[in-house]
Each structure stands twice: as structure tokens, then as C-alpha cells.
Design a protein around this ligand. Structure first.
Ligand SMILES: Nc1nc2c(ncn2[C@@H]2O[C@H](COP(=O)(O)OP(=O)(O)O)[C@@H](O)[C@H]2O)c(=O)[nH]1
Ligand SMILES: [Mg+2]
Ligand SMILES: [Zn+2]
Length: 331
């Protein structure tokens, strides 16, 4: 029988079949030995007695932070005010989800607090609609403009991303008034919201499923190399592709020979700031792995021919440092 994993707690997997029957299972030893990493959202095959997961079925997609699979769509929720709109945090989610090829829609909440809403909408659309995102402007509290969003998430398994206080629980309540999740309450003792999620879990609503997860709060790009990062910023990369330096990070503001810097007036400021911030995180990672690979190289010296392939020189244009050096040599 096939089922979906709804929750994982220590060694126990809480699964539901397509008829909606729940079972608590363990992993078959063979899967454990093969280090098969079964995640919330995974579709699995159960043993005949429904006590074990015997097979992991192919995934549509899967992400690592949080570890969840088979997401139809991520809904990034932001507040337009209270807390102030944080575009860098928004870009952080968008970049991470793009890296994972997850479809994304952005929900700007608390429109009731904005005086000149159409101006605000134009500002936001000029950045994010251009990037191809579906945008929703709503008020979860006043239940304004929810219809389109409600249609959009129908029959989907979605994951909510968004900082605490932006209105995620309020939005779920607006769609499901009978549920009344607790919102906005912060316990004096722990300084955490009362409904703080500590484990990943799929929660079923009337006509959609939400993967409830604590996992998006401390996202850093400490797993990605700079040349991959720039590819996740379409609006910057289109200029970066014309940059004449093969190893340019496009981060030297005063360097008018970099194609990105030449076109900075056409790039949204907060997008470029976000790129610089994530780049710093990505460079930390690059340093870390280059230290590791020096160690590995020392270890692998005896392995023979295979290593020489790895360190063979790539054919490419003169690097930026080389050309800077050449310029210095002329002076
Ligand atoms: N003015 C206004 N306040 C909202 C809206 N949505 C949520 N809030 C308030 O924002 C606070 C945080 O909401 P909550 O749903 O707990 O945020 P969460 O941490 O993202 O789940 C609560 O006091 C809500 O009443 C909205 O559309 N307009
Ligand atoms: Mg909440
Ligand atoms: Zn450049």
C-alpha cells in the first residue's frame, strides 16, 4: 500500500494512505542500512502488515532546510508593515527556493495598514513581477482580497515561509475559521509564540495541505559557490554574463569596468544588497572547502593519475587578478 509521510518523531513515521487512514510505522532495516533519508512529504510503500516503510517512491522535489519533499508550491508571506517590509529576507527565501526549483508565490499581507496601497503595489511589482513571481496583496486580519490566493492554493501541498509576526497563522485562520490557531501571542517565559512549530508536519486543511515547519528561520548561503549564487539572481546575472572578467564577483562598487557595476542603475538596490550579503556567506563556504581540498590533496597524493585530472588547468580568459597584475606591470 502507498502512503505519505505526515510527521516523523524519533524513529516513528506517521503516514496516511490515500483513503486518509493513518498508520505509525518504522523503517525497514534495509532502508536504514542504505541510509535512505525518508522525509516529511515523501510517498512510500508500506509492508503488508502496515508496520514498516519498505520503499521510498520517487520524489517530485525535495529540500534540505527544512528536510521536506513533494512541495507543490512555497508561499512566502511578508508583512507590508508591522514589522516593516524586509526585502532582504524576502530575497533570501526566493533565492533559496529558486536554487531548489520550487515554485513560489509571494503574499504581501497587512495591506490594511498601508495608506497609498497602489503606489506600494507598483513599487513591489516593478521588482518581483518582472522576476516572474505570482504576487498576492491581502489583509489576513480583515479578510481582504483572499479569493485569488485561496484559488491558487486549492488542492496543493504548500509550505509557508515567512518571519514570525507577518501573519501566517492569521492567514490560515482566515481560510479555516473553525480551526483558530493561536496568533501573535508570545509567552513571557520563553519569548516564543505559543504556536511555535518545532517539528515538520503536514497539516491538512479543507482543500489544501500545509507543511508546517520551523526550518526556514536561519537560512544562510553557506553551501553554495559564488558562481552558482549569481545564477539565482536573473536580474543581476543578465549583466554579469557580459562581464569581461571570468572570475569577477561583481562586488567592487568603484570598478567601472565590471558589467554589473556599469548597469547598477538598472538593478533594484535591495536586490543588489541582498546579492552582496549572500555572496559574503557563499565566500565563507568557498574558503572552507578550499582549505578542505588542500588537506584532501595532501592526503590523495599517492592516488595517482586521477588527481591530475582534478587540478588540470581550465582553459579560460585571463582572470581578473591576472589582468590587474598585467596592468600594474605596465605602469
Ligand atoms: N493589521 C493587520 N494585522 C495583522 C494582519 N495579519 C496578522 N496581523 C497581526 O499580526 C500579528 C502576528 O500574526 P500571526 O498570524 O501570529 O503571525 P505569524 O507569526 O506569521 O504566524 C497578530 O497580532 C495579528 O493579529 C493583517 O492583515 N493586518
Ligand atoms: Mg504563527
Ligand atoms: Zn563583474
Amino acid at each position: 500500500m502507498q502512503a505519505q509521510v505526515f510527521k516523523i518523531h524519533s524513529d516513528f513515521y506517521y503516514v496516511k494512505n490515500f483513503e486518509g487512514e493513518s498508520f505509525t510505522c518504522k523503517l525497514r532495516d534495509v532502508l536504514k542500512k542504505q541510509k535512505i533519508d525518508v522525509r516529511v512529504g515523501d510517498f512510500v510503500e508500506l509492508s503488508n502488515d502496515n508496520q514498516f516503510i519498505s520503499l521510498l517512491l520517487p520524489r517530485k522535489n525535495s529540500i534540505n532546510r527544512p528536510k521536506v519533499s513533494n512541495i507543490d508550491c512555497a508561499l512566502v508571506v511578508c508583512a507590508l508593515k508591522e514589522p516593516e517590509l524586509d526585502l532582504i529576507q524576502l530575497n533570501r527565501y526566493l533565492t533559496y527556493l529558486k536554487y531548489n526549483n520550487i515554485e513560489v508565490a509571494i503574499c504581501f499581507n497587512k495591506e490594511d495598514l498601508i495608506d497609498d496601497l497602489s503606489k506600494k503595489k507598483n513599487e513591489i511589482c516593478s521588482i518581483y513581477e518582472k522576476l516572474g513571481y505570482k504576487l498576492f496583496f491581502i489583509s489576513a486580519k480583515d479578510k481582504l482580497d483572499l479569493d485569488e490566493l485561496s484559488k491558487f492554493i486549492k488542492n496543493k501541498t504548500i509550505v509557508f515561509c515567512g518571519m514570525s509576526g507577518v501573519g501566517k497563522s492569521t492567514l490560515l485562520n482566515a481560510f479555516n475559521p473553525e480551526l483558530e490557531l493561536r496568533t501573535g501571542e508570545v509567552s513571557q517565559k520563553t519569548q516564543r509564540g505559543c504556536h511555535t512549530t518545532r517539528h515538520c508536519e503536514i497539516v491538512e486543511y479543507k482543500n489544501f495541505k500545509v507543511i508546517d515547519t520551523p526550518g526556514f528561520s536561519c537560512l544562510k548561503f553557506d553551501f553554495l559557490l559564488p558562481d552558482k549564487l549569481i545564477e539565482l539572481f536573473d536580474d543581476i546575472n543578465k549583466y554579469a554574463l557580459d562581464c569581461k572578467y571570468s572570475d569577477c564577483l561583481h562586488d567592487s562598487i568603484n570598478d567601472s569596468t565590471c558589467a554589473v557595476i556599469q548597469n547598477l542603475d538598472k538593478i533594484d538596490k535591495s536586490r543588489y544588497e541582498s546579492y552582496l550579503l549572500f555572496l559574503a556567506e557563499s565566500l565563507e563556504y568557498k574558503n572552507l572547502i578550499s582549505k578542505r581540498s588542500i588537506k584532501d590533496e595532501a592526503k590523495n597524493k599517492n592516488v595517482g593519475n586521477r588527481v591530475s585530472v582534478k587540478i588540470s588547468k581550465r582553459k579560460r580568459d585571463a582572470s581578473r587578478n591576472t589582468s590587474k597584475q598585467q596592468m600594474k606591470d605596465w605602469e
